[in-house]
Design a protein around this ligand. Sequence first.
Ligand SMILES: [Fe+2]
Length: 244
Amino acid sequence: MIDLHSHILPGLDDGALDMAETLTLLRIASESGITHMMCTPHIQLGRFDNNLANISNAFEQVTENLESSGIGIKLAFAAEVRICPEIMLLAKQSTLPFIGTWQGKDVLLLELPHSHIPAGTEQLIKWLKNNDIMPMIAHPERNRDILADRKKLQQLTKLDCLFQLTASSICGDFGEDARAIALEMIANEQATIIATDTHNVKRRPPKLKDAKDIVTEQFSEQLAQQLVHDMPWRISADKFSVVS
Ligand SMILES: [Fe+2]
């Protein structure tokens, strides 16, 4: 399985606290069948002021520790970028980290606030696409505007961008409504990939295998494989070949 959303780099955001937790999460992920993991710390201006330089630095420290750990998992890095107007400036400066490519465009893992869909979201998504950047909306099933009104989701899907569901939503960890939306998006062929969005061992471990099993049971093994392996690999294969 290929996991394109995780917060395992230590000390950069609200994910892994230190290298010990990083390695524990990687061991759990590897033992569950995850072979490749994209490290995507938050970039949220004013809260998590990460950038390519400090993410790359933390990534190198993790790969050094990984080598001696005996954990068989391949890593690459990008970021999960919180929506804000400054994204346009970062795009122009070529300082946005991407999780891969899709149909000739760079794929940006784009996070909306959990509370709502901000005004200007549609315009920003259109601007990004016009500038050869394909947004992948992170965990739409957890957004409170979408939970309250499914029409908001339809407005986003009309923009023809990519969507990442979180594995633990499918497992029911974020409530029955988030689970129902996630399963509806899979049924309607609106979900591009499933990823763990793992943060820590206790509350948010990497549960991709559990989600895969549910999708296999409720839909098909082929669809489950598409969501946790084939599509993520098509998007990100080049990223892993660079670093491995
Ligand atoms: Fe995340």
